[in-house]
Design a protein around this ligand. Sequence first.
Ligand code: SF4
Ligand code: SF4
Ligand SMILES: [Zn+2]
Length: 136
Amino acid sequence: MEMKEELIAVCGMNCRICVGYFGYTMSGKKRKHTCPGCRISDKICAFVKKRCKKTLKKEVNYCFECKDFPCEILEKLDKNYRKKYNMSTIENLSFIKQYGIEKFLKSQEEKYRCNECGAVVCVHTDGCYECGNVGI
Ligand code: SF4
Ligand code: SF4
Ligand SMILES: [Zn+2]
């Protein structure tokens, strides 16, 4: 499977479909450094970790384990993602909580598969970096 548990961030973001993980910028340029994913790197994005000590100190594995879920930080992130990228980190977390990580990874495999070549597509640019298919 292309989707991996270690690439699902505490906040519900799937780093596998992130433009930074693919190694590109939003404008299509190749980055000097690709992002290895939130759980592996604490530095590149870390939207939630910068703002929440519980995630920084690894007190929760996923935000739904927190008594404050969904907190203001998450709601802000979620709103932004819904608006810009048609994706909800809170829905992702609720799905994981209800059905488990394996089912979530499987659903992500189906949802973010290029209809031309079958590779993983990017949630930020709606494109496939394998075959160049865009507007998926
Ligand atoms: S930039 Fe953020 S969302 Fe993207 S892969 Fe890195 S940690 Fe994950
Ligand atoms: S839900 Fe809890 S752990 Fe997650 S960002 Fe909010 S306060 Fe932090
Ligand atoms: Zn493709």
